[in-house]
Design a protein around this ligand. Structure first.
Ligand code: ADP
Ligand code: ASP
Ligand code: MG
Length: 424
């Protein structure tokens, strides 16, 4: 069988009929140079947001299983339409739901994890010379229910399918020309990175660079899948995500690679926490049980014996309701009170070079201080520094840090799309 390429098209890239036909043409072009092609498509344009809004119109906290039934329809529409367009170009295409494509997941509805890809049906279709379209962002759980993989999950579908098929490359076609030194919608003179290491891309994705879903990068690294993130509007090369050693050969590593941000964080503070062994465990076990993704955690311990502690943590905004619900049974026994701040965000700088350079954190704090931006929480890894700040300050913080670390490129890029809200 010919070498296989997986091509993933994001929502903007299949937003209307013209774009679906354009994606169909690119897919066919790839087939015509001899590759076996599997295309993974996202829901069109803002479809997923619209479906979420529809659900919230009928139920303020929709049931997660039913939410997945609803959300999975968006990507199916894209695939069926694209298959029609490909058939009209004289090729044979077949569209498959995630379930039909053998994407098996765990049972955590709305943020399921792929546990296995049984790619027999996809392989058989390729052998029959079909172009295969797989609905992104979805699978079927071990309990036989439809699941979705979390926002941006089509990237992960694409990488998982590429790994299962031993594909030559996983191409992620999107609405920007690649991975940049900051979100180019916020920093217009951000620099496109030709190469980025898995290590840095993981930190970038984890700290909000929504151009690639975090799990897709994790899976690509674990299975040795090469990701090429590029524009669906032109043929220019984008950004290749490589293993450490490979990327070192090609590029001299800068101190800082990128400034990333997120605008979907909420902060929870528990006051009057009993300062005894096991209390923190109970709090975070309850949150884990409720499938809440906790990001940063900070604890202020009492100075006097028998005093009370204060614990703060951040969660994605969409998990806040579940977090407070999950903590309710512990009120009084474990902590005295809870307060929440919904409108939070996070700014981070990422760079493998900072490992060997002292003073980076000091510079970050100085820059934010000069902008009079209050830092609420800080977390670090050897190659990342993240600060939780008020959501309204995030864009200013990104621009200030990008400027201070001199990350700009020579040319500014023209973004083809009208400005969208910078939320992830
Ligand atoms: P798709 O629908 O193609 O999956 P996404 O909206 O999920 O597209 O991801 C692409 C968007 O990611 C870009 O439009 C850009 O605004 C945003 N983005 C955030 N950080 C970065 C970054 N560092 N480099 C490139 N794009 C970024
Ligand atoms: N349609 C889903 C989303 O908007 C998945 C994806 O686009 O990757 O998050
Ligand atoms: Mg995406």
């Amino acid at each position: 069988m010919s070498e296989i390429v997986v091509m993933k098209f994001g929502g903007t890239s299949v937003a209307d009929a013209e774009r679906i036909k354009h994606a169909a043409r690119r897919i066919v072009d790839k087939r015509e140079v001899g590759y076996g092609v599997v295309a993974v498509l996202s829901a069109r344009g803002k479809t997923t947001d619209e479906l979420i809004a529809m659900a919230e119109e009928v139920s303020p906290h929709p049931d997660a299983r039913e939410m997945d039934m609803l959300l999975s329809t968006g990507e199916r529409i894209s695939c069926a339409l694209c298959a029609m367009a490909i058939n009209d170009l004289g090729h044979r295409a077949i569209s498959l739901t995630g379930s039909q494509a053998g994407i098996k997941t765990d049972t955590s509805h709305t943020k399921a994890r792929i546990v296995e890809v049984r790619a027999d049906r996809v392989r058989a279709a390729l052998e029959q010379d079909h172009i295969v379209l797989v609905a992104g962002f979805q699978g079927v759980s071990t309990a036989d229910d439809v699941t979705t993989l979390g926002r941006g999950g089509s990237d992960t579908t694409a990488v998982a399918v590429a790994a299962a098929l031993g594909a030559a490359e996983c191409e992620i076609y999107t609405d920007v020309p690649g991975v940049f030194s900051a979100d180019p919608r916020i920093v217009p003179d951000a620099r496109k990175l030709d190469l980025v290491s898995f290590e840095e891309m993981l930190e970038m994705a984890a700290s909000g660079a929504g151009v690639l879903q975090l799990r897709s990068v994790e899976d690509a690294r674990n299975h040795g899948v090469r990701i090429h993130c590029r524009s669906s509007f032109d043929d220019h090369p984008g950004t290749v995500v490589l293993s450490e050693g490979e990327s070192m050969d090609h590029a001299e590593r800068p101190l800082i690679t990128a400034v990333t941000h997120s605008t979907s964080d909420s902060m929870v503070t528990l006051v009057g926490v009993r300062h005894e062994p096991g209390m923190a465990a109970r709090i975070f076990e309850a949150l884990a049980e409720a499938n809440v993704n906790v990001d940063m955690i900070d604890q202020n311990v009492p100075t006097s014996a028998g005093g009370l502690a204060e614990i703060s943590f951040t969660v994605p905004h969409e998990d806040l309701y579940r977090a407070t619900q999950a903590l309710q049974p512990l009120a009084d026994e474990v902590f005295a009170g809870v307060s929440t701040r919904q409108e939070m965000g996070k700014v981070s700088i990422v760079g493998a070079g900072m490992r060997t350079h002292p003073g980076v954190a000091a510079k970050v704090f100085r820059v934010l201080n000069d902008e009079q931006i209050n830092i609420e929480m800080i977390s670090t890894s050897p190659i990342k520094i993240s600060c939780v700040i008020a959501r309204a300050e995030v864009e200013r913080a990104v621009r200030a840090l990008h400027g201070a670390f001199e990350l700009s490129g020579e040319d500014t890029i023209a973004i083809e799309q009208p400005f969208r809200a910078a939320s992830q």
